[in-house]
Write a protein that binds this ligand. Structure first.
Ligand code: SF4
Ligand code: SF4
Length: 421
């Protein structure tokens, strides 16, 4: 008997594994569907559905338009992946796509956890990290569970099963797969929304070479609601169902490696990794609390009350400790420091001047430039000593920094501070 969850004989193709049945009493074909759903529930998935593996033509066309308008910004890998609408390009033998959803703590449940995680609750000095990223790296968690599910499939069908698991990074239109599987509809926010359970879920897909009756695609459930579109801090929605990633805080804080456009810095608020606003306002998430979050995705306490000042001054060793085994690994140390600088500027906390001035000495122009901007955002009127110190530091930067854009940032902030004196 092999270990549950581990492929017994991986094939040579990347990501594809062959699972041998561990039992000699397979289920009758008519029971496969219900048995696989029961196994997935046992593993911890809150929803499971079955989708066909024929190309998703309409969703593919929508995705092509997204690329044609360059709304993916610098996420060039999306172009390299091609149309992403044909599951069989990932596993030619696939007969069925099993779509699953693993719940994490979001919304009001997360507010409670945050209050417990920090003495001050959500104070102005704390970094806000998107709910999905607070726990261990979801890719690993969901993939491990999908491997368990693949093994269960082999046991249920009673023969060796070829399977490929996909979690976020595979070239696949995951939300369309979930819709076709009857797991969740695609909301105007472009999120996958599960009726009766909301959107605080991580999706996973398991392609298998077993034929299982597909589910019924879910119809649109948004109706006349447009709360998410109106609540987006950066106006990232071109229209309902259409996101311009280049304006989305999730893109700006996680994927975008360069300078954050000035006009988008204030709306970012204290968010240093991702954004939950369009989910938090969604009426479907009022039901989210009824579904227990997966213990495997439990938030790490140190990420619930992370100090912006500590994040700004993060050392290389501190960065490695912070991101190890976490989705935060996607952002570099300099990006997290850049995001912390923007968030400190938005905190409008005059007490942040000391740490910001110290960070002007960073060897990274990405950090120095955003710190210079943040200093110009602080309400220092009447604080003569702080005003003088910050003005001196900015004037020196404006004269000596080797990067033109950093000098420009320093000049702009200097001008803003000169109006306060
Ligand atoms: S994640 Fe935030 S910034 Fe992005 S679309 Fe949703 S509300 Fe807007
Ligand atoms: S907030 Fe309203 S419009 Fe947006 S996804 Fe939720 S139900 Fe749909």
């Amino acid at each position: 008997m092999s270990d549950p969850g581990l492929p017994t004989s991986p094939t040579e193709r990347a990501g594809v594994a062959r699972y041998e049945p561990r039992t000699l009493s397979p289920r009758p074909t008519a029971e496969w569907r219900a048995s696989i759903v029961a196994a997935a529930t046992e593993i911890g998935f809150a929803r499971t559905g079955f989708a066909p593996v024929t190309p998703y033509a309409e969703a593919g066309a929508h995705f092509r338009e997204f690329l044609a308008h360059a709304r993916h910004g610098a996420m060039g890998y999306l172009e390299r992946y091609g149309l992403r609408n044909a599951p069989r390009t990932l596993l030619p033998e696939a007969q069925t796509l099993i779509s699953v959803a693993l719940p994490y703590a979001g919304g009001s449940r997360l507010v409670q956890l945050r209050k417990r995680g920090s003495a001050l609750g959500q104070s102005s000095g704390e970094a806000v990290i998107a709910a999905y990223a607070l726990g261990p790296d979801y890719h690993r968690v969901v993939k491990t569970k999908l491997a368990e599910l693949a093994q269960a499939c082999a046991d249920i069908v009673g023969r060796a099963v070829l399977a490929r698991s996909c979690v976020d990074t595979a070239p696949l239109l995951e939300r369309e797969a979930a819709r076709q599987a009857g797991v969740g509809f695609i909301g105007k926010s472009t999120m996958s929304i599960i009726p009766g359970a909301g959107s605080y879920f991580l999706s996973g897909e398991l392609l298998v070479d077993a034929s299982i009756e597909p589910g019924t695609p879910l119809p649109d459930g948004c109706g006349r609601c447009r709360l998410c579109l109106d609540a987006c801090p950066t106006g990232a929605f071109v229209d309902a169902y259409t996101l311009d990633a280049r304006r989305c805080i999730a893109y700006l804080t996680i994927e975008h490696r360069g300078v954050i456009p000035r006009e988008l810095r204030r709306p970012i608020g204290a968010r240093v990794f991702g954004c939950d606003v369009c989910q938090d306002v969604c009426p479907y998430n009022a039901a989210a609390d009824k579904h227990p979050a997966s213990p495997a995705l439990a938030p790490r306490p140190e990420l619930l009350g992370l100090s912006l000042r500590d994040l700004l001054m993060l050392s290389a060793a501190g960065y490695r400790r912070l991101v190890r085994g976490s989705a935060l690994e996607r952002a570099t140390r300099r990006m997290l420091q850049r995001n912390a600088a923007v968030a400190l500027g938005n905190s409008r906390d005059p007490g942040a001047t000391v740490v910001l001035r110290a960070a002007l000495g960073s060897s990274s122009d990405l950090v120095r430039g955003h710190v210079a901007w943040a200093l110009g955002e602080l309400p220092l009127a009447g604080l003569t000593a702080e005003l003088a110190e910050c003005s001196r530091a900015l004037a020196s930067l404006a004269r000596h920094d080797p990067m033109t854009w950093v000098r420009d940032e320093a000049e702009e902030s200097l001008a803003a501070l000169s109006k306060l004196g």
